[in-house]
Design a protein around this ligand. Structure first.
Ligand code: NDP
Length: 272
């Protein structure tokens, strides 16, 4: 029988995951099916229960269910660090949960974009699920300074306090946007959803150090943040590489082989 996987979300029609995993399957010669599952907003567990009962081998989890997925699974270290899961594996008779967003971002930055995080000053905007997923991996990559800025500052403070318990020796801070004036960063990551509505956080233009990289996790569109960053001298990247790299990590967990990603990123870029 063909192994079956799916991405669970609400909405989910826009997800590129089926195309990405189909490309990985062709490349590696694996026989699998990968579908989109639209779960009701209060129906994550029921939807995944039904998929498992019908023989499904695993799911990817997207907005807004990554925290539900964490509660639903036995979390591996990556999911524990993020308190959220985006990859569930059912094959061992358990529901093992992982978070591959962080490693996806790090691989995209370091491997695809040639940006070495070690020793750099990093600003992450946003304190939602995406920031939970990437904060520990960015600290493990030995950024020199990591600041989390968020519109609702309490959320950034809580996130940073939690990370401090594990990374006590790191230079780590939570700041409101209006406290960023005068500070400079080598890497500025937009982990907010503002770009989806053609908005951007109130960022002072002085944050971009000479040669800075401005990275927007939103993909397949030119966001106001990317336009702003370019205007103020930064080079820019969107989150398509992260999306494909987090999928490659999920494929590795499920299938034991990590696909080549460069051609798949290029193919997805052509589709969007
Ligand atoms: P959440 O809804 O959990 O968090 C959204 C965050 O954006 C909050 O911190 C919110 O601030 C902030 N925000 C929203 N609008 C604005 C605005 N106009 N100005 C300032 N801040 C704003 O979303 P996620 O963290 O799950 O995802 C964030 C983005 O990252 C999404 O667009 C998602 O598509 C993308 N993403 C991309 C991935 C990839 O592989 N490329 C992987 C994961 C996510 P506040 O707390 O004040 O409300």
């Amino acid at each position: 029988m063909t192994d079956r996987y799916a991405v669970v979300g609400h909405p989910v029609a826009h997800s590129l995951s089926p195309e990405i995993h189909a490309a990985f399957a062709r490349q590696t010669g694996h026989n699998l099916e990968y579908a989109r599952l639209l779960a009701p907003l209060n129906g994550f567990a029921t939807t995944v229960d039904e998929f498992r009962a019908s023989g499904g081998c695993g799911v990817n989890v997207t907005v807004p269910f990554k925290f539900d997925a964490f509660k639903y699974c036995e979390p591996a270290a990556s999911a524990l660090a993020a308190e959220a899961a985006n990859t569930l594996d059912f094959r061992a008779g358990t529901i093992r949960g992982y978070n591959t967003d962080g490693s996806g971002l790090i691989t995209d930055l370091e491997h695809n974009l040639g940006f070495t995080i070690c020793g750099q000053r990093v600003l992450v905007m946003g304190a939602g699920g995406a920031t939970y997923g990437v904060l520990h991996p960015l600290l493990e990559a030995q950024s020199k300074l990591l600041v989390v800025a968020n519109r609702t500052i309490d959320k950034a403070v809580a996130l940073v306090e939690r990370a401090r318990q594990k990374f006590s020796g790191h230079d780590l801070a939570a700041k409101p946007y209006d406290a960023l004036d005068g500070a400079q960063f080598d890497l500025v990551i937009n982990a907010t959803s503002a770009g989806l509505r053609d908005e951007m956080p109130p960022l002072p233009p002085s944050v971009f150090a000479p040669g800075a990289l401005a990275y927007d996790m939103v993909y397949a569109r030119q966001t106001p943040f990317m336009t702003f960053a370019k205007r103020h001298g930064a080079r820019t990247a969107d989150g398509l590489g992260m999306l494909v790299e987090q999928a490659a990590e999920a494929f590795l967990i499920w299938r034991g082989v990590r696909p080549e990603t460069r051609a798949v990123i290029a193919a997805m870029r052509d589709r969007t």
